[in-house]
Design a protein around this ligand. Structure first.
Ligand code: PMT
Length: 400
């Protein structure tokens, strides 16, 4: 995480069985560079001891309003002021009720009353409690006042019931925290992003494809959403979980990808083509499985249309960002694609370099624009690269 974004999270833990998941959330937050101050209610301490959170956060846990030592060392007003974001996970029906009623009768509710920071609430409880109209009305009132909520998920609940009430996975709460803290400088953009490979079927059990995992395109979608953009993600087959908030269109072949992209293009303000579009498809699809025979067989391939080139011919003010997966003459080949496809920016990755290109979580890219600027970036995470690409997109937009 960049220094400017290292933030203090005050994590309020109220008394529910999902307290144990909050411990994992603290671990993830610390790992990502956040300072985490945990505040526990008396009920939460019945489920997990403060020592667990103290060990994971590296800070004493705040529990008491009227403890002289805690108040002088931590102090509820100081905590309220320090927080860049206050997160309550898990949040019980009780604490949600207290916040709605303006009750401040323990340390956590007092901090909540005193803070000017944003508040993210992650409810977790029995399904009937969650559905109770009193709770739902409270949630509605708090949302109207600007409190943020992350919906509980459905499934088996510790009380034995099935239904909505599970605390979301710590990774999902972390993603929501990232989103809330990120600057919203893409709020006016409607991004059309492509990701992953294509599969070009040969017979019912075989296809021609490539090594793209979709990770670069999905990172672009996540980071775009965090920065406030509306995101449509046209994805070839991947094993990745689609980012919540993105409109996902799943496709298989290059022809399906082309159709979806052309359809969505009219509504987009910018396009980022990170997909490894299949350049060729088998000339013939055989409807029965090809039988093994003695000797070699010859496979004839037909070229697929170049989607990005088609978009370049009708871009009409939209910003077009392409990728180039190169194994030689990176700048020369990518510059040719930038020109021929009428792109505003091309992200060239040398896919022979260790840690760069296909499958991994990192990439090393060179960004080139129409004015001839060439920026070689070091190896970084695909999310960091996505941020750099969007910074460039904003520069291009501002220079128009
Ligand atoms: O998915 P990952 O495992 O994370 O890997 C990421 C990646 C290596 C796939 C990604 O970083 C990348 O380089 N994507 C583009 C791969 C590619 O197809 O490069 P290309 O040089 O063949 O194509 C140039 C551009 O034209 C690309 O933006 C491509 O999406 C587009 N294209 C290509 C062929 C075609 N028929 N239609 C297209 O629109």
């Amino acid at each position: 995480m960049e220094d400017a974004e290292k933030r203090t999270i005050v994590l309020g833990v109220s008394g529910g069985i999902a307290c144990y998941k909050a411990a994992e959330l603290v671990r993830l937050l610390v790992q990502e560079g956040f300072s985490v101050q945990v505040v526990m209610t008396r009920e939460a301490m019945e489920f997990v001891t403060p020592l667990t959170f103290q060990t994971l956060s590296g800070r004493p846990v705040a529990t008491e309003t009227f403890s002289l030592t805690q108040e002088s060392e931590i102090g509820h007003i100081r905590l309220a002021g320090q927080a860049h974001l206050l997160v309550i996970a898990p949040a019980t029906a009780n604490i949600i009720g207290k916040i709605t009623a303006g009750i401040a009768d323990d340390l956590l509710t007092t901090i909540l009353m005193a803070t000017k920071a944003g508040v993210l609430i992650a409810p977790s409880m029995n399904v009937h409690m969650f559905e109770n109209p009193i709770l739902q009305e409270n949630i509605g009132k708090l949302k109207a006042l600007g409190y943020h909520f992350i919906e509980p998920t459905e499934g088996y609940l510790a009380c034995g019931y099935e239904g909505k009430g599970r605390l979301p996975e710590p990774e999902d709460i972390l993603e929501e925290i990232r989103r809330l803290l990120k600057k919203k400088d893409l709020i006016d953009e409607r991004l059309l992003i492509t990701a992953g490979p294509n599969q070009e079927p040969l017979d019912p059990v075989r296809y021609v494809s490539n090594r793209s995992s979709g990770k670069m395109g999905y990172a672009l979608a996540r980071v775009g959403l965090r920065r406030g953009a509306k995101v449509t993600l046209v994805s070839g087959p991947t094993s990745l979980v689609p980012p919540s908030g993105a409109r996902l269109i799943s496709v298989r072949t290059a022809a399906e990808m082309r159709e979806a992209v052309l359809q969505e293009f009219a509504n987009a303000t910018a396009v980022v083509m990170a997909a490894a579009v299949a350049d060729y498809r088998p000339e013939q699809y055989v409807s029965k499985k090809l039988k093994r025979a003695e000797g070699p067989i010859v496979l004839k391939l037909q070229p697929n249309p170049d989607i990005l080139r088609e978009l370049g011919e009708r871009k009409n003010g939209r910003i077009l960002i392409g990728f180039a997966a190169e194994t030689e003459a990176l700048v020369k080949n990518a510059t040719k694609k930038l020109r021929e496809k009428h792109l505003d920016l091309i992200v060239a990755n040398d896919v022979t370099q260790e840690g760069s290109g296909f499958e991994g979580d990192t990439n090393a890219a060179t960004l080139m624009d129409r004015k001839g600027a060439v920026h070689s970036l070091p190896l970084m995470s695909k999310e960091e690269l996505a941020d750099r690409i969007y910074d460039y997109l904003i520069e291009i937009r501002n220079s128009r």
